[in-house]
Design a protein around this ligand. Structure first.
Ligand code: DQA
Length: 145
């Protein structure tokens, strides 16, 4: 079981950016938390972050044949990127959308999620625990099949 966890723009600024929305944990803390959780549960995991839309598309394409599940927080590209939506559709890998904040209670422009159309589940507002919930969901889904 191999999971790829992808974070989009500005998620490298966790702990610094808008702590009221995103908390005080840093991106390094998040990566450590994900790896500890996966080690405990015998899940192979790779984490990746980029501020660039094309790099996110490249990473999703690379997952084809190499990952059993994708957890993705596309950051602001959630609300704009058809290219990332198409990339997830192209690889047909079960994908969970995660947002640290409760996007549904924020600005109107955050109410659109293109990637959601290609995702098996969306988790919002659970802070960084949402990533672990997404990993657990994908682990159980894949075992079920
Ligand atoms: C976010 C929500 C997005 O609207 C925002 O642009 C982000 C982070 C979240 O994790 O809550 O960068 O995806």
């Amino acid at each position: 079981m191999k999971i790829l966890v992808i974070n989009g723009p500005n998620l490298n600024m966790l702990g610094i950016r808008e702590p009221d929305h995103y908390g005080k944990e840093t991106y390094a803390d998040l990566v450590k938390k994900i790896h500890n959780h996966c080690d405990k549960n015998g899940v192979e995991v790779e984490t990746f972050q980029s501020n660039h839309e094309g790099a996110l598309v490249d990473k999703i394409q690379e997952a084809y044949g190499n990952a059993d599940g994708i957890v993705i927080n596309p950051g602001a590209y959630t609300h704009t990127s058809i290219a990332i939506l198409d990339a997830v559709k192209s690889v047909s890998i079960p994908t969970v959308e995660v947002h640290i904040s409760k996007v549904e209670e924020r600005e109107d422009f955050r109410q659109i999620s293109y990637i959601r159309l290609a995702c098996v589940k969306t988790i919002t507002g659970h802070g960084t625990d949402g990533y672990l919930e997404a990993i657990d969901f994908l682990t159980k889904e894949t075992v079920k099949k």
